[in-house]
Design a protein. Structure first.
Length: 260
């Protein structure tokens, strides 16, 4: 069974997914960061594929992309780093990025490499639904990859139903119509959106992302969905870290555990 499917089968609430950019802060940090994320108690790892024009991302993730590319990160290098990851990492791993680098690498080659190294799913925010269904879904299915689409407060009910029908894995609920890391705290308007989506009775699990940075935000999101995704706040931890393993553990446990 795909690890994403198994996770949502076995755990229905308080799921924490952590995003970071491959090759940041240093080129060879990818696997050590993954190991630390799992050891700290997170449920899913999302690895960002660095790209020169990450339009949906805010300054923190944009900067991590530029640093990673300057460090020499590439798709080929990333897959080389992930070759032995399943010897040390057991939780679901998702690659998240933009369509262009995947197309440049070769979509089927990309999917095949994902299967070989043990990647469970993909998030490509700029992949059009129709293009996915016509050109890529059969390839994703062939290599056992789950594909996740994003919805936002502006997404119509009709579109959400369509995404729910054609999604597998989970639905990524963007918490607001802004770039990643742009806002902190959750507003009443966002709560109304979360409630609206919850009341639609969708068949896929939902994780809320964009603007989740601490335990309060995580708990609030988890009240309305199956859990949450943290990206920019975690990148900020990495960028200021003097001891990655310890500070990753401290940060993730501050999000998922009750404070004494």
């Amino acid at each position: 069974m795909n690890r994403i499917d198994k996770l949502f089968r076995d755990k229905s609430e308080n799921i924490l997914s952590i995003y970071f950019t491959a090759g940041y802060p240093s080129l060879e940090d990818t696997l050590p960061i993954m190991k630390s994320i799992e050891a700290a108690g997170a449920d899913i790892i999302e690895i960002g594929i660095p790209y020169s024009d990450p339009i949906a991302d805010g300054p923190t993730i944009q900067e991590s992309n530029m640093v990673a590319l300057a460090n020499g990160m590439s798709m080929k290098k990333l897959f080389a780093q992930l070759e032995k990851m399943r010897d040390e990492v057991s939780i679901p791993v998702i690659l998240m990025g933009y369509l262009n680098p995947v197309v440049q690498y070769g979509v089927e080659k990309f999917c095949q490499k994902c299967q070989e190294v043990g990647v469970d799913g993909v998030i490509l925010p700029d992949l059009p639904m129709l293009q996915y269904l016509r050109e890529y879904k059969a390839i994703f299915d062939q290599y056992g990859l789950r594909n996740t689409f994003l919805i936002s407060p502006q997404t119509s009910e009709e579109r959400i139903r369509e995404i729910d029908e054609h999604s597998d894995g989970f639905i990524y609920m963007v918490s607001s119509a802004s770039i990643t890391g742009a806002k902190k705290g959750i507003t009443e308007e966002q709560i109304t959106y979360f409630e609206r989506i919850r009341n639609m009775g969708l068949s896929n699990p939902r994780l809320i992302g964009f603007g989740i940075s601490d335990r309060t935000g995580f708990q609030t999101a988890a009240n309305y969905a199956h859990g949450a995704i943290i990206g920019s706040a975690f990148i900020h931890v990495l960028s200021n870290s003097k001891d990655l393993e310890r500070e990753i553990k401290d940060y993730i446990q501050s999000v998922i555990r009750d404070q004494a």
